[in-house]
Design a protein around this ligand. Sequence first.
Ligand SMILES: [Zn+2]
Length: 464
Amino acid sequence: MPTLSFWGAAGSVTGSKYLIESDRARVLVDCGLFQGPHELRDRNWQEPPFNAAAVNSVLITHAHIDHTGYLPRFVRHGFRGPVYCTHGTAELMRILLPDSARLQEEEADYRNRHKVTKHLPALPLYTEQDAREALKLLQVVPNNGTETKVARDITAEFRVAGHILGSSQVLVHVNSGSGPVAVLFSGDLGKYDQPIIRDPAAPPACDYLLIESTYGDRLHDTEEPKAALERIINDAAQHGGAILIPAFAVGRAQEIVYFIRELEEEKRIPILPVCVDSPMAAAATRAYAKDREEQDDEYAEALKRTPTPIQTRRMLACNTRDESKRINGMQGSRVIISASGMMNGGRVLHHALRLLPDENATVVFVGYQAGGTLGRRVADGEKQVKVLGQWIPVRCKIEKIGGFSAHADWKEVIRWLEGMPSAPRKAFVTHGETGSAEAMAKHIRERFGWQVEVPQYGERVDLV
Ligand SMILES: [Zn+2]
């Protein structure tokens, strides 16, 4: 009898890993890195709870590190099979996995130099070379519901999830001796009507459903992010102030540029220099702009007016450090979009050093700021912060835009589930903090009356 076991994103939002085993095959859905608290991150270092060499293939729902970042380590543990994903996911993994490896190497280096390690020398979880080895295993599949054989007795269909470029929901068919069983993995579900990429495709019928619950107990802010950007940019332009937007390089940076381009076209804001100061964001923008299969109708309309919808009138991309420094010397109103999104590293720190003490500047937060990050301290209104080893005063204006999100909130998840042709035998709520997952389970029970469970880490269920 086939089984399904939960080895990540069960009771947490990171480390997504689900194992399907039949009599003759083993397939892993997502191969994510655990992030956040120590107890979770330690799992990245432990032996995998199942034999990596015995897994036939890996299916990836989307490129975010909490869904892919364990893959290089998994390959080190002996996995050699194909890794199936969509074209957009492969493009983004080629940007994100080597970057994740560099961060691992930098962290090990830091521990060695500062002797904050129990093991000397501290080693990285994996290296850039490991990441390159993992990327060799990628096999691209279409994101349109086409059935692909991924192991003996097991096939999979990928459909648009609307979360980031290339993101998919994955339907896995197991055809072993005990009869066919279909398991649908929602992956991370996007919001409806996001710019650039398509809305989530309707879910196909399945026997078992895994549904994410990042926003299982929350609804999105009602202020439209585009209107908020309009207000903030006009306000800053009036007094010649700079605007700094710390943003994730993949997804968020492209959305912001897309909205600014629209606002410029609609003459709702003045044309300002817009600097995207992140080589990773520039690479991700190329991937978003190239992938016609993933773009929505609105993007196709925009293409009739401009060949570059993810570009503003006066946009400067900064690939080198010198180009980045040149932005620092600029005066007057300008928009600087820079990573990391929580100001806990990267080029954004150089801009923070200069702009946080400037009372004419505005810092705009467009995403969640985790505890302990510089972004969180500034967003919380601290008047003195330490940036690159220096204490500086915070005198700039602080703005927050709550409406940006790559995740469906609970009402949008319900809306998506309403498109399901028939009730699954059971739904498993995953990818949420405990309170959030329980709340999502309650919403589904109340709306549909389905049997719903919140699985624990390591739990195994029979697919009967
Ligand atoms: Zn994601």
